[in-house]
Design a protein around this ligand. Structure first.
Ligand SMILES: NC(=O)c1ccc[n+]([C@@H]2O[C@H](COP(=O)([O-])OP(=O)(O)OC[C@H]3O[C@@H](n4cnc5c(N)ncnc54)[C@H](OP(=O)(O)O)[C@@H]3O)[C@@H](O)[C@H]2O)c1
Length: 253
């Protein structure tokens, strides 16, 4: 996509990947509006990036999604990029009892959130000469991490939803992109110091390079093995990966 002159709304732009991409896109000459639940994270990000804007949003709440969409259209009529980045990742036990709060909050945030957010803004986006919906999935949508089975399933679901959106919007001005990050050093899974995860700055730099091309899937080198795994023999890598993660679990598990 063209990396300058857009008006971009990012969910979950006050931390991690969302903040990193918000700052990079802001520096490249785009109007960037970040959002999330934690006001202090949004304020901190705005302070470090004069000219950026923010809106409080809870993507789990349909009323908040609707109100945010209406406010965006009113205050930022040039809005042409919706970047569904917000997500949560919690541990679960697919071999046992699934905690109801983990299940509902994860599906509501990671899957219903992007679907509702896009639905609330799609007619506005279609009215723009060139518009983009960007969905953040994960390497774990292609090779699940079994100790976060619900999370992995939401990302696989968002991947297929993205394929449907792209097909349904192919004759419109709206392009649908997917960013599928590998493990990246952020607050997610308490991974800021995790040596097996990609440093955030390197991920942002590599992602911006790919985002600037005309690809539909924004993949950095580190995720390509996982991206190409689905198929009849996918179980081999799923087992290898999960055995490896079992022998050295993420820190916060
Ligand atoms: N880090 C990785 O290894 C990795 C790998 C693959 C994919 N991803 C995906 O990348 C995206 C960003 O994650 P991250 O790693 O940057 O972690 P992060 O720093 O925890 O970012 C997640 C963001 O989502 C926002 N969020 C969560 N629930 C929300 C809600 N109900 N309403 C509005 N915003 C909400 C959070 O803001 P508030 O808490 O303030 O609301 C936060 O800014 C997620 O979709 C994640 O699944 C990450």
């Amino acid at each position: 996509m063209k990396l300058t002159g857009n008006t971009i709304f990012i969910t979950g732009g006050g931390s991690g990947i969302g903040r990193g991409l918000a700052e990079a896109l802001h520096k490249l000459g785009n109007k960037v509006i970040i959002s999330g639940r934690r006001k202090e994270r949004l304020e901190e990000t705005l302070k470090a990036n004069p000219g950026m804007s923010a809106l409080e949003l809870n993507v789990q709440d349909p009323a908040s999604v609707q109100a945010t969409a209406e406010q965006l259209i009113e205050e930022y009529p040039d809005l042409n990029v919706l970047f569904n980045n917000a997500g949560i990742m919690l541990f679960d036990d697919a071999a046992g009892v699934i905690d109801e709060d983990v299940l509902v909050s994860t599906v509501t945030t990671n899957l219903l959130g992007p679907i509702r957010m896009t639905s609330a803004l799609i007619e506005h986006l279609k009215s723009k000469e060139e518009a983009f919906v960007i969905n953040t999935t994960s390497s774990l949508g292609f090779v699940p991490l079994a100790i976060t089975a619900v999370y992995s399933a939401t990302k696989a679901a968002l991947h297929t939803y993205t394929l449907s959106q792209r097909y349904m919007l192919k004759d419109t001005s709206v392009k649908v992109l997917e960013i599928a990050p590998p493990w990246v050093q952020t607050d997610l899974l308490n991974s800021n110091d995790e040596p097996r995860a990609m440093p955030l700055a390197s991920f942002i730099e590599a992602t911006i390079k790919v985002l600037g091309t005309d690809t539909d899937e924004v993949l950095v080198e580190e995720v390509k093995l996982f991206r190409s795994n689905p198929g009849p023999n996918e179980g081999v890598l799923v087992t290898q990966f999960n055995d490896m993660m079992k022998s050295e679990p993420p820190k916060s598990h």
